[in-house]
Ligand binder design. Structure first.
Ligand SMILES: [Zn+2]
Length: 213
């Protein structure tokens, strides 16, 4: 487990403060030099997040480039979030949770069906929430424009024999992660509506989003 790092930023100084309900998308352009904090208000909520270079539509967050450049599977303070073109999109500057997943992907109707039960297919899923958010920005974009995501506050360890497991979270009420934009970045969050995953006690909860200049 990584070392936890607190922030020196004061919420009273933030230029933006918003509470996002579970199941809703959040689309926001973070300017170079600004800092975004994601608060896990009630604990173990999954904040499924996509990042795009605001000036280049083909340049997006890349899980494999990020993992390779850090030499680490999990994201925490000091991690640079790398794009498909090799640019540093953001740097994680504070983290009181200590583990964030970028391997497990976002929940979809198909994965709900495979992971939980066939009758779960019609239930809400992050891929649909992403699409709702993405079309506020790029109406012509489709599911193929939903690329790698980060699952902030999710604990998805890789086992010694190479398996992937969705474990109970290590986050808790009031934990947060903070990152500084190294370029103008469009951030799209799906605050996960997943009702079938025991890691958040079958209870999706709101997150709070703060931005500082
Ligand atoms: Zn989800």
């Amino acid at each position: 487990m990584s070392v936890l790092t607190e922030s020196t930023l004061n919420p009273a100084d933030a230029i933006y403060d918003f509470t996002l309900l579970a199941g809703d998308p959040w689309l926001f352009e973070i300017k170079r030099g600004q800092t975004l904090r994601i608060f896990d208000l009630e604990g173990n909520q999954a904040a499924d997040t996509l990042f795009y270079n605001a000036r280049d539509q083909a340049d997006r967050y890349s899980a494999q480039d990020t993992i390779r450049e850090q030499g680490a599977l999990y994201l925490t303070t000091g991690t640079q979030l790398i794009s498909t073109r090799g640019n540093v999109l953001l740097t994680i500057t504070a983290d009181t949770c200590g583990r964030h997943d970028t391997l497990g992907g976002a929940c979809a109707c198909e994965s709900n069906m495979v992971r939980y039960a066939i009758e779960k297919r019609s239930m809400h899923a992050c891929r649909d929430v992403f699409l709702r958010g993405l079309r506020q920005w790029r109406p012509q974009w489709s599911k193929r424009d939903i690329t790698h995501n980060i699952n902030f506050f999710m604990n998805v360890p890789v086992t010694p024999d190479g398996g992937l497991t969705f474990e109970d979270g290590v986050s808790g009420p009031g934990r947060y992660v903070e990152m500084r934009a190294e370029m103008d970045v469009v951030c799209l969050i799906s605050n996960c509506p997943q009702l079938n995953n025991p890691c958040n006690a079958y209870n999706p909860t709101p997150i709070r989003l703060l931005v500082w200049d």
